[in-house]
Design a protein around this ligand. Structure first.
Ligand code: 1CP
Length: 354
């Protein structure tokens, strides 16, 4: 592994490990994105989203943009969860104003049998971006690597694109669970390898995005999502050993199963804004750190509203409990592209001032 500069701001890593911090660390999901004019400029240069993501120089540049502009405590590598299915041969493309789609969605058992775990080579642009970001960050803040959860990846692989209810995969779940498990198992192995390679390339923490886990019933969530996340975190610990890094699991709509999630092996759980931080802490005890959970829509309001809502989130975490370690401030989901970049400064200042 390359030698990188020592980390100067360790607050994020320490919070994930439930150790004392100098200040509450903050970063935002999708912090590199369309709300920033400098992102839109690089995206235009790249021509399209896929090219932006697959060109390490561009991807590194947009990863660093929010770090240059704001006093954030972590960077997240600019990539996408759909890189894995793309590298499995599903053919990712981006339809302007419609979002990502696959040319070859999974439509048969045969297609699942034919899937192969992506080679290191096919995703090397991600690892190159990770190393380049880590180098250019020069120890300023830690770098997060990430992946989608096997379930969330399968949602897109079977549907072929985004959806509100992902009804195609849910019908497979009930009519042919065995075949779905075969797909999830392949995805899980691919995710282990992808996260491991990102850590080896320089990622200092990892996050698993289970954006669509909340579509499942409690029992189905355990069987089709959490079980594979647990497998991934366990395998990573075994394979990385002393090089292991702290981990975060975010299931949107997962507030109902926090007790079970707290046992999956993650250092921290990401919470959406529907989940109360205070109650969450009571439910998971001191087993895991928590990350969240301001409604991203708050950023569309007046500065005084933003400050007020930040204080509510902070008080909800720090207000009543004795154990005040293990909190990372974040949004409850990705930042909206309608957000005024100045509102983000107001948010960050309010968190740091609290
Ligand atoms: O510029 C653009 O038009 C592209 C918009 C965009 C961006 C900024 C996409 C397409 N992906 C990304 C980057 C991205 N995606 C990051 C970057 C790091 C960061 O700054 O946070 C991350 C972590 C993701 C992860 C991702 N991609 C998720 C999980 C997290 C989440 O937001 O729930 C999901 C579900 C995707 C799929 C995806 N990629 C892009 C879009 C628009 C979508 C959603 C598609 C849909 O469901 O309709």
């Amino acid at each position: 592994m390359t030698n990188f500069a020592p980390l100067k701001n360790t607050n994020f890593i320490r919070a994930l490990q439930k150790q004392p911090v100098d200040r509450t660390p903050i970063w935002m999901m999708r912090q590199a994105g369309r709300y920033l004019p400098e992102y839109r400029a690089v995206r235009k240069m790249a021509g399209n989203f896929i090219n932006l993501m697959k060109t390490p120089d561009y991807a590194t540049e947009v990863t660093l943009q929010p770090i240059r502009r704001y006093d954030l405590d972590a960077a997240i590598v600019f990539s996408d969860i759909l890189t894995i299915p793309d590298a499995m041969g599903l053919g990712l493309y981006f339809q302007e104003n419609h979002g990502p789609k696959f040319k070859n969605p999974i439509r048969s058992e045969q297609a699942i049998n034919n899937l192969e775990i992506p080679s290191h080579e096919s995703l090397s642009y991600v690892y190159q971006t990770v190393s380049q970001c880590r180098h250019e960050l020069n120890g300023q803040v830690p770098l997060i690597g990430f992946s989608g959860s096997p379930w969330t990846l399968a949602c897109y692989m079977i549907e072929g694109q985004g959806s509100k209810d992902f009804i195609t995969i849910k019908s497979v779940l009930y009519s042919n669970p065995k075949i779905l498990h075969q797909l999830l198992e392949k995805n899980a192995k691919a995710v282990v390898q992808h996260l491991k390679c990102q850590v080896e390339a320089g990622a200092q923490a990892i996050m698993i995005f289970d954006t669509w886990g909340g579509l499942l019933s409690r029992a189905a969530y355990q069987e089709f999502s959490l079980r594979y996340i647990t497998f991934i975190l366990d395998s990573l610990k075994n394979q990385l050993g002393v090089r292991s890094v702290p981990s975060i699991v975010f299931t949107k709509g997962g507030g109902q199963w926090l007790e079970e999630m707290a046992g999956c092996g993650a250092n921290a759980l990401g919470l959406d804004w529907m989940t109360d931080l205070d109650l969450a802490r009571q439910r998971v005890g001191s087993r895991v750190a928590l990350q969240g959970n301001l409604d991203p829509a708050v950023l569309l309001a007046h500065d005084s509203v933003i400050q007020n809502e930040v204080n509510k989130v902070m008080t909800s975490f720090y207000g009543k409990q004795k154990d005040d370690t293990g909190f990372v401030f974040n949004l409850g989901h990705g930042i909206s592209k309608e957000t005024n970049p100045d509102s983000v400064s107001v948010l960050i200042e309010a968190v740091h001032r609290f």
